[in-house]
Design a protein around this ligand. Structure first.
Ligand code: SIN
Ligand code: FE
Length: 289
């Protein structure tokens, strides 16, 4: 279990190292923890560090790929300042993924940047939405057809409160534990969900299985408490990166974090036999998309 988290002792957001295992570790579903990167927070940025800055109807504040800010309260100056801080994290994240994982360069599609100012501990959510339970990321409205979800996280807590995660067992073990009990895929149901606009595109069998695994993990309290896992504290300033559709994770406590999403086509992985789609294909013997 211990090696599900790999420390990267580098001080720069850019790397020209060629002798490393970073991509292999990432594609094996590990969490890469950059312990020494610097991300300065200015006095102006500090004005945004209050949970009241988030619109009560939005889960997070987000900056979409075209630069539109959503979910934040406050006038033009606040909106512009927030966009600037999040945009700065976006460009640092881009530089990090393009150089540390240089084989992905040119193939990553930019997703949203989010700023999460709320205290995790006091969030009140249904079991399915509760990210304090171990899970792999899979979203009911957004089928991916196997496209990878690569995420860069940073703890920006100004009071040095760590963000505490649990990291679970490798994806293969999750599949071995839960696949047999997943409900069968219904192409008819997937069509209906798409027709009624519940999903943004047709939910494939792959996406169906990922949602089933996500739900089965979260629903099983025995699994939550007793499965192999480790707890890690990410101190203020820490940056960590993983394929969140593969690395089992749970966010237990903390406040003030930013996250940048990237999407990677399966065909542009370094090892196209790695990742949830290939693993699920092996276990089911079906194409799934
Ligand atoms: C998640 O991706 O499940 C939550 C991550 C976090 O809020 O730290
Ligand atoms: Fe998650």
């Amino acid at each position: 279990m211990k090696n599900q988290i790999v420390d990267v002792d580098a001080a720069e957001w850019k790397s020209d190292s060629t002798q490393n295992n970073w991509v292999a570790d990432l594609e094996a579903g590990k969490v890469l923890h950059f312990t020494r990167l610097d991300f300065p927070i200015s006095a102006l940025d500090r004005h945004f560090f209050t949970p009241q800055i988030r619109h009560s109807k939005s889960r997070n504040i987000s900056l979409d790929a075209s630069g539109n800010l959503k979910g934040a309260l406050g006038g033009d100056q606040i909106q512009a300042g927030l966009s600037e801080m999040m945009g700065r994290f976006r460009s640092q994240s881009l530089s990090l993924v393009n150089s540390y994982f240089s084989c992905y360069k040119g193939y990553l599609r930019l997703g949203p940047t989010s700023f999460r100012p709320s205290l995790i501990e006091t969030r009140n959510q249904s079991w399915r939405a509760d990210d304090r339970r171990l899970h792999v990321d899979a979203f009911p409205t957004r089928p991916t057809d196997g496209e990878r979800i690569l995420r860069v996280f940073i703890n920006v807590n100004p009071d040095k409160v760590p963000r505490v995660w649990r990291v679970g067992e490798p994806f293969e073990k999750v599949v071995e534990r839960f696949l047999a009990n997943t409900a069968p895929y219904s192409a008819w149901r997937a069509k209906a969900l798409n027709l009624f606009g519940v999903t943004k595109s047709l939910r494939s069998e792959y996406d169906h299985l990922m949602l089933q695994l996500h739900d089965a993990m979260k629903q099983d309290l025995n699994y939550q408490h007793n499965s192999p896992q480790l707890t890690i504290e990410f101190p203020t300033g820490s940056v960590w990166v993983c394929f969140s559709d593969q690395a089992s994770h749970a966010a237990m406590s903390g406040q003030y974090m930013m996250e940048q999403t990237f999407h990677l086509p399966v065909s542009n992985q370094h090892d196209t036999h790695a990742g949830p789609l290939a693993i699920l294909r092996r276990y089911t013997g079906r194409e799934l998309i």
